[in-house]
Design a protein around this ligand. Structure first.
Ligand SMILES: Nc1nc2c(ncn2[C@@H]2O[C@H](COP(=O)(O)OP(=O)(O)O)[C@@H](O)[C@H]2O)c(=O)[nH]1
Ligand SMILES: [Mg+2]
Length: 447
């Protein structure tokens, strides 16, 4: 057992609810059972019982469940008390647990113990947090797949391919007198190719999962009165921002969102960009730039009835280069133009009318396509974190460097070893303590 003390936490959200669950985990919970319930209960059976205070008076009654080690979430003894979900009751019970010798759990500590006791690997442990935080059905499904070990499974398969290659190479190092067999080198080269291909594939699947989890940030920018707020309302399908013919109507940030193929697309409508007339507008304009810098896609809205103006060009030049840009020609109803989408010099251009709704579906898809040009791989999609992607990239780098040194066996072997180490970080085979601390501290308490 990795840790010795008993931890306790509220496992359900705080606040009032029908049921509130307190969870305990530790190497030996028999004394806690006796203290809290006045008796021992059989493993894995829901037992209706009183929860007792120090004077053996009932604080509440509810269901108790006991999972003896090692067959529990954490791998330790786990006791769950399903009490009434009032904050006062639950506080009393928690305090009672502490009096009996437990301490309050830190964020993610239950899952951390599950990891340390080999109940799950690191990638799976992280997906527990992702699942809890999932904001859409599709994101939840992707997190569950990671939790069930799909990402870990892929990484393990990759690792075992790599280990095979390493054994070949290491074996050749041990016989330095023999000439390198060209047949061997060909075999290694092919193996490297397969490995890199496999990494690419994992990255692609993970990118889909991440998009489901993170969504797409979109900022609407442009001159006053080109129809940014109307467009936000249209895209979100709701009257969120105030629309008037008066330039400078929007001064604060207005947010809306819609779902496209399960991906949350979050919109930020901003103040029109022009020389500010007053302090409030100036702040609004600053926020516009901030929103643009924080977004994945910027919609540069221009008025189709006047065409692109010099001011539009200026704004376009000042947009953050990192974000994808779509120039939206709005008010095509006034220009007598038809909805459309084409790739111009300055990026994608889409013709719409926020007033009539023409071209809006085109625009929705265009936003999605800019971020996910290959679409989503929804079958078998799993979530990966930045940390995982970074490790995959480093593994790919080492393989690439290894390939450049096929004839210098020590260097080649070392690169392969480093590649394997990078992969090991994903599942936590070789994770440093500070990394673990960092990962689990982002969990909620009770998980
Ligand atoms: N004819 C027409 N008018 C529009 C369209 N989009 C917006 N407008 C009008 O343009 C004016 C400014 O719109 P608004 O959304 O407030 O622009 P913003 O200042 O860029 O946010 C309002 O009177 C809108 O009704 C459009 O597609 N066609
Ligand atoms: Mg506006």
């Amino acid at each position: 057992m990795a840790e010795a003390d008993v931890i306790a936490a509220l496992a359900t959200a705080s606040g009032r609810s029908a049921v509130g669950i307190i969870r305990l985990s530790g190497p030996d919970l028999i004394p806690f059972m006796t203290g809290l319930l006045g008796r021992q209960i059989p493993p894995r059976h829901a037992v209706l019982t009183d929860f007792l205070d120090a004077r053996r008076e009932a604080v509440d009654s509810g269901l108790a469940l006991f999972f003896p080690r090692p067959h529990s979430y954490t791998g330790e003894d786990v006791l769950e008390l399903q009490a009434h979900g009032g904050p006062a009751v639950l506080q009393l019970l928690l305090r009672r647990c502490v009096n009996l010798g437990a301490r309050l759990a830190q964020p993610g500590e239950f899952t951390r113990r599950a990891f340390l006791n080999d109940k799950m690997d690191l990638a799976q442990a992280e997906s527990v947090a992702d699942l809890i935080e999932a904001g859409s059905e599709a994101a939840a499904r992707a997190a569950v797949r990671s939790l069930k070990g799909e990402l870990s499974g892929e990484v393990r398969a990759l690792t075992s391919e790599l280990v095979t290659l390493r054994t070949w190479v290491e074996a050749s190092i041990d016989f330095p007198d023999e000439d390198l067999d060209p047949g061997d080198q060909q075999k290694w080269r092919e193996s490297l190719k397969t490995l890199r291909h496999h990494i690419e594939q994992i990255k692609r699947t993970a990118a889909s999962g991440n998009l489901l989890r993170d969504g797409i940030e979109v900022a609407l920018v442009g001159r006053p009165n080109v129809g940014k707020s109307s467009l936000l309302n249209r895209l979100a399908g709701e009257d969120l921002a105030i629309v008037t013919p008066v330039p400078g109507t929007t001064r604060d940030i207005v947010k809306g969102e819609f779902l496209f193929q399960g991906v949350t697309i979050r919109l930020t409508d901003t103040a029109g960009l022009r020389d500010a007339r007053d302090a409030v507008e100036r702040i609004g304009i600053e926020r516009t730039w901030r929103a643009a810098r924080a977004s994945d896609v910027v919609l540069l809205v221009v008025d189709a009835s006047t065409g692109r103006t010099a001011e539009d060009e200026t704004i376009g030049r000042e947009l953050p280069p990192a974000a994808k840009r779509i120039t939206v020609f709005n008010k095509i109803d006034l220009a007598g133009a038809v909805p459309g989408r084409r790739r111009g010099d300055g990026g994608l251009e889409v013709q719409v009318s926020a007033l009539t709704g023409a071209g809006i579906d085109l625009l929705r898809r265009a936003i999605f396509d800019e971020v996910a040009p290959e679409g989503l791989d929804l079958e078998g999609v799993f979530l990966a974190r930045e940390r995982h992607i970074d490790a995959l990239l480093r593994a790919a780098d080492h393989l690439e460097r290894g390939r450049e040194h096929l004839t210098r066996l020590e260097v080649f072997a070392e690169e392969l070893r480093l590649a394997q180490r990078a992969l090991g970080e994903i599942t936590g085979q070789l994770s440093a303590d500070d990394l673990l601390g960092e990962i689990f501290s982002r969990f909620c308490i009770g998980k």
